[in-house]
Design a protein around this ligand. Structure first.
Ligand code: MLC
Ligand code: AMP
Length: 507
């Protein structure tokens, strides 16, 4: 078996009668599906997509709320050898214009709430609108289409997904993930976390990132586990699902970003709860502060397993299931991953234990960015992927991420490009220049803030800059603090010193 698709098909036939998914909307169960039903429904949608002219290699954008339809459409896209491009349904018009132009999709499938905007930005594209509020079994989309067979020669190098990730130049880059990447990654996770048919995975993550789609959803299906999926992250609903003590939906695994754990612990007011049936609390996508590691142990009853990953590489490091879990460390490399710690200037390995850039090589790593050969060229050196993360390894082989050399901010597990925000702020006629940085924050890990310099004689209120940002950028990219300053701290070369900008915000 060499592709994600063949792995999925194997699970569909092996676990046919088994429950694959319970989907909860706003805290109430909406739908239950077996593996067999997932297979049949995705066959029908696959046939429907083929009838619409979507074929192998075509990009299909999924721009809709988290829903059963999203999952089935993704499986259907895989079944015809097309490429899923999942996008955050809250992206604004300007953001979507870029994604549509870049991904060049054969079809855009969007939710009802997204339809009007898509009609405006993609009038020349094929668009299918789906009402994701209707429970799946009551939808009539492709309901009477026959089963679909799979392209026979689909192989590990065929692209399965394009997931956009923030670039340093301002525009997101689409990381192409091929079937071989995704299969290897899911098998790795199954192996190191022993995900199995008895597991019930509580899923409260978005589906447009590798964390929710690949690490959680693909992995669960390939392992024959069950998923209890919530349409959105609401602490009270998550705790309700995690607290179920008997029946088929006793959760055993929870995967989340640190900001979600902080929200859960705040909701529980750090009062100890009996969730001893949960064997694995996994945290990743952003650093888990050691103090939150201890809070989780105290309140939820077990040490979390912190792990690290990237859109371009899949999951890279994890603390062990058995053995020592070190707070502040991302753990040890997953199977088949080679790791180097390199001086980014000389491109030579640093002495053992010293900090350098983490370079990776392995079967889960993207072959490159969608239609961005220059970005792809810059990302690799002799087959090694440059992560842009700085880190070190200790004497036990545990890795630590110490800093980033790539210019991104990670807020609540979302990867945000300062440049993209600066570009939007700088469009305002009153603005001469701006510098956007991330500063430490209890709730979000890092929060986005902006220092803005105005043209001489101009005046503008921070609230107006905020309104402007919200028009063009997803809310969570918008600076949570805006300072109007006389000038930006620069070095003798005229380059903005981001560290000093952080200082303006008391860091
Ligand atoms: C929401 N808000 C954020 C934010 N999310 N602000 C900063 N950073 C974020 N990430 C703000 C909104 O703008 C809004 O503010 C307010 O919070 C409430 O919005 P909300 O939509 O109700 O928030 P909520 O649904 O609670 O979202 C919080 C969250 C979400 C933690 C559930 O951010 C989330 O799902 N994060 C996970 C992202 C993820 O899956 N990353 C994985 C990437 S893959 P206002 O002012 O506008 O009202 C990867 C690889 C790997 O990194 O290793 O996994
Ligand atoms: P993304 O491009 O959204 O996939 O984000 C990947 C980046 O998230 C990595 O390069 C790291 O900088 C960061 N990251 C993911 N997991 C962790 C973690 N456990 N600790 C620190 N940083 C992390």
């Amino acid at each position: 078996m060499s592709t994600l698709l063949h792995g999925l098909l194997d699970s569909f036939s092996r676990y046919k009668e088994k429950k694959a998914l319970s989907f909860y909307r706003n805290g109430t169960k909406e739908t239950e599906l077996t593996y067999g039903q997932l297979d049949i429904y995705s066959n029908k949608v696959a046939r429907g997509l083929l009838d619409m002219g979507v074929t192998r290699g075509d990009r299909v954008i999924l721009f809709m709320p988290k829903s059963v339809f999203f999952l089935i459409a993704h499986l259907a896209i895989q079944k015809i050898g097309a490429i899923t491009v999942p996008l955050n349904p809250q992206f604004k018009e300007a953001e979507m214009r870029y994604f549509i132009e870049d991904a060049d999709p054969r079809l855009i499938v969007c939710g009802k709430a997204q339809a009007r905007m898509i009609g405006q930005v993609a009038s020349d594209r094929e668009v299918m609108v789906v009402d994701t509020d209707v429970p799946y079994q009551e939808m009539d989309t492709f309901a009477d289409h026959p089963d679909q067979t799979v392209p026979e020669d689909l192989g590990p190098n065929d692209p399965a997904l394009i997931i956009y990730t923030s670039g340093t130049t301002g525009k997101p880059k689409g990381a192409v993930l091929i079937h071989g990447n995704l299969l290897h990654d899911a098998h790795n996770i199954i192996h190191v976390w022993e995900i199995n048919t008895r597991d019930v995975i509580c899923h409260a993550l978005p589906l447009f990132h590798v964390h929710g789609l690949c690490f959680a959803f693909h992995t669960a299906l390939l392992a024959g586990a069950s998923i209890v999926m919530l349409d959105q992250f609401r602490p009270e609903h998550v705790i309700e699902r995690l607290s179920v003590q008997d029946g088929e939906e006793v959760c055993t695994v929870f995967m989340a970003v640190p900001a979600m754990y902080v929200r859960l612990l705040d909701y529980l007011e750090d009062k100890r709860v009996d969730l001893s049936h949960i064997r694995l609390w996994a945290s990743g996508s952003a650093p888990l502060l050691p103090k939150d590691f201890h809070r989780i142990k105290q309140t939820l009853g077990k040490e979390p397993v912190e792990r690290e990953g990237m859109t371009e590489t899949g999951m890279n490091f994890s603390n062990p299931l058995y053995g020592k879990r070190k707070p502040g460390s991302v753990g040890i490399p997953l199977p088949d991953l080679e790791v180097r710690i390199v001086d980014p200037e000389t491109e030579k390995d640093v002495p053992f234990g010293e900090v350098g850039e983490i370079w990776l090589r392995g079967p889960s790593i993207t072959p490159g960015y969608w239609r961005k050969p220059e970005e792809t060229r810059k990302a690799f050196v002799n087959g090694w992927f440059r992560t842009g993360d700085l880190g070190r390894v200790d004497e036990d082989g545990y890795f630590y991420i110490t800093d980033r050399i790539k210019h991104i901010i990670i807020s609540g597990g979302e990867n945000i490009s300062p440049k993209e925000i600066e570009n939007v702020i700088n469009q305002l006629p009153e603005v001469l220049e701006s510098s956007v940085v991330g500063v430490p924050d209890e709730k979000w890990g890092e929060k986005v803030v902006a220092a803005v310099v105005l043209h001489k004689g101009c005046a503008i209120k921070p609230e107006r800059i905020d309104r402007h940002c919200r028009k063009f950028l997803h809310d969570w990219k918008c600076p949570k603090e805006i300072l109007i300053v006389g000038d930006l701290p620069k070095n003798t070369m005229g380059k903005v010193m981001k560290e000093k900008v952080r200082g303006l915000f008391g860091v």
